[in-house]
Ligand binder design. Structure first.
Ligand code: NDP
Ligand code: 8X3
Length: 252
């Protein structure tokens, strides 16, 4: 029987790459995000190409009521989630703390921390009751280190890192595995979102080096998700070869 994977933030970047990778691997997919048209187009494309079943669900992870009404009222046959990939997330703004925009902070905290918690709180009881499952949290190198101007985004990803470790202990006796995946620089829509649509500023982080692609990170996530039952990758940091730390890049 095919396993089901739920991917949050599948409308672009790492999440979309995960959808393609897991569909190619024969998993049924629940793909989520706020951009309905993108989700439906992806669902149609992957459904016809790979022959797996795909359920697109449009909701904002920041809203506990939207998360619950979407995930607690699934069509029949979709209520057993084997793998949850908590990927939806974003950075908004890049400034010293004393100049920060508090609305940007709220968006990051509400999405990256609370959104991940709302989805996990809704999905994990079913996994625990069945005695199996795998939660994969997409954190960041920004959850291991900090960089100037990164303050609140780094804090949210440090929170994800802490939650991954906490969840692993809390779920230990239930048979549910927990993996933390911490990428460095990945070329997605992330930078465009951080710089609020300013494509000139958004290109700067990727100049003069080969960043990771969403597909590179999806390969790592897929590897983590397909280890034998008795093996768990607890935590994995994946970086472009040209990035030595959150603060060190080799640009040509
Ligand atoms: P993208 O901007 O390409 O993708 C982000 C995804 O998150 C989109 O599908 C977006 O969907 C979804 N999302 C954002 N906010 C919400 C929300 N409120 N509700 C539901 N879905 C939401 O960026 P990435 O693929 O790079 O980002 C994916 C994850 O990887 C994030 O957690 C990010 O922090 C992390 N990361 C990224 C790195 C990078 O350099 N790019 C490095 C390390 C980690 P929609 O807009 O349709 O809702
Ligand atoms: C995204 C990578 O270095 O921009 O998490 O924080 S970074």
């Amino acid at each position: 029987m095919k396993k089901t994977v739920l991917i949050t933030g599948a409308t672009s970047g790492i999440g979309e790459s995960c959808a393609r990778k897991f569909a190619a691997g024969g998993f049924n997919l629940i793909i989520t995000g706020r951009r309905k048209e993108r989700l439906e187009t992806l669902a149609e494309e992957l459904g016809s190409d790979s022959g797996v079943d795909i359920l697109p669900l449009v909701f904002d992870v920041r809203s506990l009521s939207e998360v619950k009404s979407s995930l607690e009222n699934m069509p029949s046959g979709w209520d057993k989630i084997d793998i949850l990939i908590n990927n939806a997330g974003l950075a908004v703004g890049l400034s010293h703390l004393q100049d920060g925009d508090t609305e940007d902070w709220e968006r990051m905290i509400d999405t990256n921390i609370k959104g991940l918690l709302w989805v996990t709180r809704t999905v994990s009881p079913g996994m625990a009751a069945r005695g199996s499952g795998h939660i994969i949290n997409v954190a960041s190198i920004a959850g291991k280190e900090i960089y100037e101007y990164g303050n609140v985004y780094c804090a949210t990803k440090h929170a994800v890192d802490a939650l991954s470790r906490s969840m692993r202990i809390d779920l230990l006796k239930t048979g549910v595995k927990v993996t933390n995946v911490a990428p460095g620089l990945v070329d997605t829509e992330f930078s465009l979102v951080r710089f609020k649509g300013d494509s000139k500023k958004a290109d700067i982080p990727y100049k003069g080096l080969d960043p990771l692609t969403g597909d590179d990170v999806a390969d790592v996530i897929y590897f983590c998700a397909t280890t034998p039952a008795h093996v768990n990758i607890n935590d994995i940091v994946v970086m472009p070869a040209a990035q030595g730390s959150a603060n060190h890049y080799h640009r040509i």
